[in-house]
Design a binder for this molecule. Structure first.
Ligand SMILES: CC(=O)[C@@H](O)[C@H](O)COP(=O)(O)O
Length: 255
């Protein structure tokens, strides 16, 4: 079970809802992924305008917990405003804080992320900040009271996979709240790697939405995350410098 604040989830895959070729493919991919949590940018929702197209319209929203995110925010103030708008429109009190500090790399602004997180925690939100793989910043976000930490594997939409495995494992080792690896996952192997490192979950979008076959890739990601988690729980073997026979001959009379 993945526990975030007062919420519990069966699946450890958090899926984004944007960029799919069409809404039918989006629905099929979401269904087959078996995710419990769907994230979406609040600014893309026409929350107060029912006549506008709704990009979640094909999805059976009863089945999922919706995790609104503050994508598009450049400052803490904007992120807080977006989060409040989401809550006021009846969405759950969970919020993924995303404050972008650089539009070329889409890397988060650490100072504004801290400020927004602090403010939203004071307001009673369940807060999941998206952060870089900075170990100290991750610790500070946890100390503020964040309910989960979401370090990026690599820049959003880059599909580069895990750039700094060491930092990610430091973040995972020091954390006492769930660590969800968010952004930059390119393939099922990347997702498995994150889970094998001990991440509690993976949030991804582009690797599925932009795949040649998004539905098949959503299925692959589900299996990859399950496999990575199982492998982590099972405990991998130590790496040795030298060989060690797989069929030991010790105690056997062999020539
Ligand atoms: C959907 C969402 O929240 C993105 O901002 C997220 O970070 C996913 O990134 P990828 O598209 O790289 O998986």
């Amino acid at each position: 079970m993945l526990k975030i604040g007062s919420y519990s989830f069966k699946s450890r895959l958090l899926l984004g809802t944007g960029k799919y070729p069409d809404f039918d493919i989006q629905k099929q991919a979401v269904d087959v992924s078996d995710t419990d949590i769907l994230t979406f940018a609040v600014r893309r929702m026409n929350i107060f305008e029912a006549s506008q197209p709704n990009f979640l319209e094909k999805l059976d929203l009863e089945r999922y917990t919706l995790l609104p995110n503050t994508a598009g925010a450049k400052t803490a103030e904007e992120a807080v405003r977006i989060a409040k708008l989401a809550k006021a429109s009846g969405l759950c009190d969970m919020i993924k804080v995303e404050v972008i500090g650089c539009w070329k790399t889409l890397l988060p602004d650490p100072v504004e992320t801290l400020k927004a997180t602090e403010e939203l925690l004071k307001e009673g939100f369940t807060v999941l900040p998206y952060t870089s793989d900075d170990v100290v910043l991750a610790r500070k976000l946890e100390e503020l009271g964040s309910h989960a930490i979401m370090p990026g594997a690599s820049p959003i939409g880059s599909g580069q996979g895990i750039i700094n495995e060491l930092n990610l494992s430091f973040i995972i080792d020091q954390a006492n709240v769930p660590v969800i690896v968010d952004a930059g996952i390119g393939s099922p192997a990347d997702a498995t790697k994150a889970m094998e490192l001990g991440a509690d979950g993976v949030l991804l979008n582009t690797a599925v939405s932009d795949a040649k076959d998004p539905v098949k890739m959503a299925h692959a990601m589900k299996l990859a995350i399950e496999a990575g988690r199982l492998g982590y729980e099972a405990g991998r073997i130590e790496k040795k410098s030298y060989a060690s026979a797989s069929s030991p001959t010790e105690g056997m009379s062999v020539n």
